[in-house]
Design a protein around this ligand. Structure first.
Ligand SMILES: Cc1cc2nc3c(=O)[nH]c(=O)nc-3n(C[C@H](O)[C@H](O)[C@H](O)COP(=O)(O)O)c2cc1C
Length: 255
């Protein structure tokens, strides 16, 4: 098992240990600190496609990024394929972002009750249409941030992986928990490994990395192409440098 720079489309993440999108926590200052400490890439705050459509000042505020924040994904959510395509086009036209990321994993009521975020895991044809429309609307690479499923009755992790790839996404980041479990219970890293086996595009694994040793355990257990840190980076941007040192054993590029 070896880690190497992660590339998809025109994006190159030199060291694939990235900061997770976290609404309300990951403003430009926090993201800049994480990049300075070794994060390989960052995502904007969760940005509403409908908000962009309505020209909402609040939405444009959450999409703000500082100079020098790269690579950075514009992280959008919504359920209407047309609005999502228009939002992606807007994000591209700002000229600020390196790729577009589609949220298909947020379980909070405000998002799911509108049929967006994790609710899309219960409607794979709609999720597929959104990915295809976004992909068709922009020339930037497109990724999907999702989960291993919504609940035990919904599509499983392998169906999700297959659909996301067939719909034309360039990269997938997967939180190894069901949406119904929010952030509770053990993450299922084995399922990340099963997805990796099936996919040609890169997969970033997420969920449950709080210590540098957790990152190497995830890489060993699943063979993912990169890791994503959420709560472990809140108040602790140094975790990226520590993980970099920890993952040296798996590394095949220059540090
Ligand atoms: C406060 C908070 C806000 C979050 N906001 C988002 C979000 O806007 N978009 C998203 O895809 N995931 C969001 N997540 C989920 C994280 O990106 C990540 O998948 C999750 O925290 C699991 O990773 P961890 O165990 O390293 O924290 C959020 C998580 C937290 C704790």
């Amino acid at each position: 098992m070896q880690l190497k720079p992660l590339t998809f489309g025109r994006v190159k993440i030199d060291f694939p240990v990235v900061l997770a999108p976290m609404a309300g926590y990951t403003d430009a200052a926090m993201r800049t600190l994480c990049l300075e400490q070794g994060a390989g890439a960052v995502y904007t705050e969760l940005t509403s496609a409908e908000g962009i459509r309505r020209d909402s000042a609040k939405t444009f505020q959450v999409l703000e990024a500082a100079k020098g924040e790269h690579p950075i994904a514009g992280h959008i959510f919504g359920r209407d394929p047309q609005a999502m395509a228009e939002a992606a086009k807007y994000v591209e036209q700002t000229g600020i972002f390196d790729w577009i990321d589609i949220n298909c994993g947020c379980p909070v009521k405000k998002v799911v009750s509108r049929g967006a975020g994790a609710a899309l895991l219960k409607d794979l044809p709609l999720m597929s249409e959104i990915i295809k429309r976004v992909k068709g609307a922009v020339s930037l690479p497109v990724s999907v941030k999702t989960r291993i499923g919504f609940n035990n009755d919904s599509a499983d992790h392998l169906e999700i992986a297959r659909m996301v790839e067939e719909s034309g996404a360039d990269m997938i980041a997967v939180h190894a928990r069901l949406a119904k479990n929010f952030h509770g219970g053990d993450p299922d890293w084995e399922k990340l490994g099963e997805m990796k086996q099936q996919l040609s595009m890169p997969i970033i694994g997420n969920g449950g990395i709080f210590e540098p040793a957790d990152a190497s355990r995830m890489v060993k257990a699943s063979g993912v192409d990169g890791v994503m840190i959420g709560r472990g980076a809140i108040g602790n941007p140094w975790i990226f440098g520590e993980i970099k040192a920890e993952l040296r054993a798996f590394w095949s590029g220059a540090i």
